[in-house]
Design a binder for this molecule. Sequence first.
Ligand code: NI
Length: 178
Amino acid sequence: MAILKIARMGHPVLLARAAMVEDPTVPEIRRLLADMTETLADAGGVGLAAPQVYSSLRLFLFHVPATRSDTGRALPLRAVINPEITPLDSVMVLGWEGCLSIPGLRAAVPRYAAIRLTGLNADGTGFEETLTGFAARVVQHETDHLDGVLYPMRMEDFRYFGYNEELERHPAPLPETI
Ligand code: NI
């Protein structure tokens, strides 16, 4: 396994539409997922999409720690391959997001509150599930990476955009409605 270099905003790989994964079980994809797992553990984020490690393929890893989960229950780290998202209604919520490709910054970004996610697991089997809250947010952020979209492109109010250190020093409550 290896810790991979993470592309930063400004590199064109982050703006490209990534290609579908034909077969998640081939050795190249297994190795990529193993390397991405090590890279995410080293970098300390909640999600990592393949284009962020210069691999323009439709897959990402994510997990939700208990401290960030709306239910208080952690979602363990998993791979999602060829994801498709369908919003379950039109309700959008504001929440804070960071990105390993935009280090040191965070912003309040509107996302659908509830989504249906379909895709393939690492073993190639299909799944379909409903996600809400922070898990839904992370999955929308990571799926955006596969379409060349970074969170600043989703922002509506740039007052809620800043350096982590400053925002921790001056916490800004988010508006209830957007
Ligand atoms: Ni990101």
